[in-house]
Design a protein around this ligand. Sequence first.
Ligand SMILES: Nc1ncnc2c1ncn2[C@@H]1O[C@H](COP(=O)(O)OP(=O)(O)OP(=O)(O)O)[C@@H](O)[C@H]1O
Length: 236
Amino acid sequence: MLVGAVKRYGSGQSTVVALDDVTIAFPAGKFTAVMGPSGSGKSTMMHCAAGLDQLTTGRAFVGNTDLSTLDDRALTMLRRERIGFVFQTLNLVGTLTAEENICLPLTLSGRRPSDGVLDQVVSMLRLGDRMRHRPAELSGGQQQRVAIARALVARPHVVFADEPTGNLDTRSGQEILGYLRSAVDKHHQSIVMVTHDPNAAAWADHVVFVVDGRVHDVMDRPSADSVLDVMKGLGR
Ligand SMILES: Nc1ncnc2c1ncn2[C@@H]1O[C@H](COP(=O)(O)OP(=O)(O)OP(=O)(O)O)[C@@H](O)[C@H]1O
């Protein structure tokens, strides 16, 4: 959740206001899509909400925890224990196999995947025969699926995903959206997903439209058509 969130980059004449007084809740156990024109502040909003970047002013909460009250170590722990990430820069570790990458957040906090969860995630993402490969030996889409498996396998409270289906064919994209949906419906995880695709946004419970660093609109129970209409109205 962001309260009165402002994020400025740079100073003086070259200042960019990426978030301009944003207050928005990402409700627990819900699937939120974030849409808006290029450069409108979507990634900045996610990074600040996930504690990967600091606000200039305002507050960011994960659950009841005010991120500004945490030191670096506590922030790292919170991210590791409670948050999963799927970002465009996949951050897979080149020297580790797919399986080691997927389990890395758990390994770092001294845990192991719960029974069956690893198998379930790996088979859903059709990575079963790729688990011993390193990232360089995988296609772009397979790397994307490894990053998604890594975000899901620890069953974090919140998953932040930036264009998670961006590099995927339609079938794999639909499967991943279905799995994100079931993570919400079956396991009460919260998903916050940036997307440019109205069909992907239609899987969410609601869509937050961001324009020029502000929340322009929030739509409940979106359909691909209703999302497209709003996007057209934004003229982009
Ligand atoms: N590290 C940075 N330094 C300076 N300006 C930045 C930085 N990161 C983002 N910006 C600027 O902040 C604004 C918002 O960027 P952001 O990446 O959040 O937009 P976005 O909606 O995610 O865009 P896209 O859909 O193209 O990924 C843009 O004007 C961008 O140029």
